[in-house]
Unconditional design. Structure first.
Length: 344
């Protein structure tokens, strides 16, 4: 596994928009303020040509132009790390224009983003053996007071912190709006973890393996395509075992169950050592007797490995930044959780 160099003092942060750009509020002001904050901290910034675009369908620009921006930014020696401008809907269409072979032979570089950016974070790892960071997008760094999760993401980019703990509360309803673009997280809900082995609730779990995963909405879309080399990746690192971190955006509980079934039957859960499941954006939903817990557990219980659910990753912030591709030791006891990542 290849790892990028951590962001050094006076280094350059590159911004790209292979998914949504920051052409509308509240993202425009958030992105502007993030750049101001980073520059005040002593960093240089390099803004890609699509970062303020909004002429694409579900992405910032045409798939060709988005792919060109990402290819050039990744191999450029002008930037030290890359942060995506946002999630979106159709970054999958950009994949045809990303030169993964060239990226694979380039010097590794940290790329950070989440949600639709799974199309890059997951494929960087599985196709290029290059670790990535599943973490917040650029405008989030523009919030008026950084939440500890944002500091964690920054400290991960700089290499200051490789062990993450969860947070006490989470945000059910954001205060962010066009008129109020840079508020801090509105954390009101107590974080309650649910841990299982099989279907059995347990108070304490531990697992070790290589972290892999992302947003299920995107992963199930990649499954079975020419970009799906997941089984080959699993075979290369099978001695390590795998911890799958998964979260969802638009999926209801039935869709989550179908997705877990799909990935299972695609062979993705070979050599699994455990699962970390983030809070779904559609939180607390029940359909025909199915809730967000059974949607996962009924399918993966046969592996009899630890499953930690309602974890601080995904679309209901705050989120722990995770290194996709790193070796990790994960432990949870009650509502406390720790993820220790090693770059091996």
């Amino acid at each position: 596994m290849k790892y990028g160099k951590f962001l050094q003092k006076n280094g350059t942060i590159g911004f790209v928009a292979p998914s949504f750009g920051c052409n509308t509020e509240p993202y425009y002001t958030g992105f502007q303020n993030a750049q101001n904050i980073f520059r005040a901290m002593g960093y240089q910034t390099e803004v890609g040509p699509n970062c303020y675009k909004g002429c694409g369908i579900g992405i910032s620009n045409t798939p060709e132009k988005c792919g060109k921006e990402l290819n050039e930014a990744y191999i450029s020696n002008k930037t030290d790390v890359l942060i995506s401008c946002g999630g979106g809907e159709l970054m999958c269409e950009v994949l045809d224009y990303i030169d993964f072979e060239k990226i694979k032979t380039a010097l590794p570089k940290w790329y950070m983003g989440y949600s639709d950016n799974t199309n890059m974070t997951f494929l960087l790892t599985t196709l290029c053996d290059t670790a990535s960071i599943y973490g917040p997008c650029a405008p989030t760094f523009g919030m008026e007071k950084w939440h500890p999760a944002i500091w964690d993401a920054y400290k991960l980019l700089t290499g200051e912190k490789l062990t993450m703990q969860g947070y006490d509360k989470w945000e059910k309803e954001s205060l962010k709006s066009e008129e109020n673009p840079i508020p801090p997280y509105h954390v009101t809900e107590e974080k309650i973890l649910h841990s299982f082995v099989g279907q059995e609730p347990v108070s304490e779990v531990q697992m070790e393996g290589r972290l892999i995963g992302g947003c299920m909405d995107c992963l199930v879309n990649l499954s079975g395509t020419r970009f799906d080399k997941t089984e080959e990746f699993l075979e290369r690192y099978k001695e390590d075992g795998f911890i799958w971190f998964l979260e969802s955006c638009d999926l209801n509980v039935m869709s989550i169950r179908r997705t877990i079934w799909n990935l299972d039957h695609s062979g993705w859960f070979q050599y699994v050592r455990g699962f970390i499941i983030g809070r779904p954006l559609v939180f607390g939903q029940e359909m025909m007797g199915l809730d967000q817990y059974r949607a996962v557990l009924d399918i993966v219980e046969k592996y009899h490995v630890p499953v930690i659910m309602d974890v601080d990753i995904g679309h209901l912030p705050p989120m722990m930044p995770l290194i996709c591709g790193s070796m990790a030791k994960v432990k949870a006891k009650g509502n406390e959780m720790e993820v220790e990542m090693k770059l091996v």
